[in-house]
Design a protein around this ligand. Structure first.
Ligand code: ATP
Ligand code: MG
Length: 569
């Protein structure tokens, strides 16, 4: 982790009002809930993504807002897909986002209690052992338009069921040979109520319980009961669980245990990315990206490495709010959240990423002058730094045009421009190679125009950035772009997959030249390269010859528009 995150503050989710807070307020007022006790319940089968951040901000935010508690619970009921590596990454990510759980739990800690409750339901005639194969179970279940059919094993006596269930636990039957099912209603319009499976036989090593169990509870059977055991009052989940709610309620009522209220909200979808853990895992496993924390991934660890701050992610989550209907959020809103935060806090530095040489012909030979530049115009307390200025500089190639349109406000032959924190220069000539490419720009400087001390009264239309050739430090710059080249990579033509939408140009690595202050950068430092964008020092810098900067986002807003204008006129 590269960050010590700050506490969530007033502007976060913690102060918001929406349909969930309305439901909570109503329940508290009616005495239906004793407080706000929530949980964030990830399955440790992958790394967390920005969608999970929304759920984290919501659950922890509500607990903060109402002075309640929020647990972190690993929903580890499916041993075949779960790993300890994921458990640890999830804890890191939640903490990095700025939240601390009140209690840490694992659904697997409740396996004994769940088993005891299953025996209770069997004894009371509410559950039975079924010998249908998974295929047959599916057929018997019916469809949205047809009712299901009763399993031939539905009428087994509680005694027989109890005996079989105990023998299932003892390992007498093969994987998949039998299931335990709740006896509800095979004709229910809600398919989830058509005798849902509670337990399956599966010999798999569990990351916590080892080989103790060959029976594992299904999600629905484990989830609500885990909430109940922990005394959760509001079980907040995403909309796809809305039609599981009757089952959630049925289990709690049938067992006569504490009954949390399930409330569903719309999951977050973002443009230009995929969010399902299965797909993210595929990107990692098939090396389409360099691991879960690849800066192009929508994972929390990817966003962190990309340079996102916890604040920006929390602000984004607060900004998009909580809704009852699914929608897709434009990734620009996430990018704007980090721009807004870094605009306020990131020091400004100069770096030239596509250099061309500029010689100041009237500069005294060998002279170096220190120029003072403010670190952040948005933050007077950020102070200033000194930058060496000399007669040979690098500027961006695209900041010079030999012959430019009238509204090109950067440097052109016969034109002038201000060098940021330096002098106004006038361009009188340029040197070209045999092919006619400009290789060097020749200018004179106006000694009366030193930035901060300029009394010349000269006005110029443009300011450009530069570095002194003699003092510049080489840096490696990874310009990251969106991982997919379509808004919704999940939508594909027949025979195609989301992988066909991968943007082949999502990473370009270049060498740039930076002002010497950047030589002191530490891993995780975030800066604004003036006029270019926001960048962060990547952990790879440790082993590399030069510091590696990841582009977080381009500035795009003000300068981006000017560039576009200059180019089109
Ligand atoms: P995926 O579908 O990506 O595999 P999941 O829902 O299976 O994710 P879990 O680990 O079960 O992932 O999720 C933990 C919590 O995070 C759940 O409460 C879930 O509803 C919530 N969550 C997951 N994805 C999103 C999302 N895109 N937006 C909001 N909440 C989400
Ligand atoms: Mg899940």
């Amino acid at each position: 982790m590269t960050d010590a995150s700050t506490e969530p503050n007033e502007s976060d989710e913690s102060r918001s009002k929406h349909f969930i807070t309305q439901a909570i307020d109503a329940d508290l007022a009616a005495g239906k809930a004793s407080g706000v006790f929530t949980r964030f319940p990830p399955e440790p089968n992958g790394y967390l993504h920005i969608g999970h951040a929304k759920s984290i901000c919501l659950n922890f935010g509500l607990a903060n807002q109402y002075d309640g508690t929020c647990n972190l619970r690993f929903d580890d009921t499916n041993p075949s897909k779960e790993e300890t590596e994921y458990v640890e990454s999830i804890m890191d990510d939640v903490r990095w986002l700025g939240f601390q759980w009140d209690n840490l739990h694992y659904a697997s800690d409740y396996f004994d209690q769940l088993y005891t409750w299953a025996e209770k339901l069997i004894t009371e005639g509410h559950a039975y052992v079924c010998d249908l194969s998974s295929e047959e179970t599916r057929t018997y279940r019916g469809s949205l338009t047809e009712p299901g059919k009763d399993s031939p094993y539905r009428k087994r006596s509680p005694e027989e069921n109890l005996d079989l269930f105990r023998r299932m636990k003892a390992g007498e039957f093969a994987d998949g040979a039998r299931t335990l099912r709740a006896k509800i209603d095979m004709a229910s319009p809600n398919i989830n109520l058509r005798d849902p499976v509670m337990y399956r036989i599966m010999r798999a090593h569990h990351h916590r319980t080892g080989d103790k169990w060959c029976l594992y509870p299904m999600y629905d059977w484990a989830h609500g009961q885990s909430d109940s055991i922990e005394g959760i009052t509001f079980s907040i989940c995403t909309l796809e669980f809305e039609n599981h709610r009757p089952l959630y309620d049925w289990y709690c009522k049938s067992l006569g245990i504490h009954h949390p209220r399930q409330i569903e909200f719309a999951r977050l979808n973002l443009t230009y990315t995929v969010m399902s853990k299965r797909k993210l895992l595929q990107l990692v496993k098939e090396n389409h990206v360099n691991g879960w924390d690849d800066p192009r991934m929508p994972t929390i660890s990817g966003l962190r490495r990309r340079g996102y701050t916890p604040e920006s992610i929390r602000n984004f989550c607060a900004d998009i709010g909580v809704a009852k209907f699914n929608s897709t959020i434009d990734v620009v809103r996430l990018e704007n959240a980090i721009r807004e935060h870094l605009n306020a806090v990131a020091p400004r530095r100069m770096a030239v990423l596509d250099p061309i040489k500029l010689t100041i012909t009237n500069w005294p030979e060998g002279q170096v002058e220190m120029m003072s530049a403010t670190n952040n115009p948005e933050d007077p307390e950020a102070g200033s730094r000194e930058i060496p200025f000399s007669g040979t500089l690098w500027i961006e190639k695209e900041d010079f045009q030999e012959e430019a349109p009238r509204k090109f406000f950067r440097l052109k032959k016969g034109g002038d421009v201000r060098l940021r924190a330096g002098y106004i220069i006038d361009c009188h000539d340029c040197v070209k190679d045999a092919e006619g490419n400009v290789t060097e720009i020749l200018c004179t400087y106006d000694p009366e125009t030193k930035s901060g001390e300029d009394k010349s009264g000269r006005k110029v239309k443009g300011t450009i950035h530069w570095v002194s050739a003699e003092h510049a430090v080489p840096i490696t710059v990874r310009n990251y772009d969106r991982l997919f080249n379509v808004e919704n990579p999940d939508v594909t033509d027949e025979g195609q997959s989301f992988l066909d939408h991968i943007n082949p140009d999502s990473l370009s690595e270049i060498t740039g030249l930076a002002e010497p202050a950047l030589a002191e950068s530490a891993i995780g430092d975030r800066v604004q390269f003036e006029r270019l964008g926001y960048y962060v020092v990547d952990p790879d810098s440790e082993a590399a010859d030069s510091i590696v900067f990841n582009r977080i986002v381009p500035l795009r807003d003000s300068w981006g528009k000017m560039v576009a204008k200059g180019k089109t006129q």
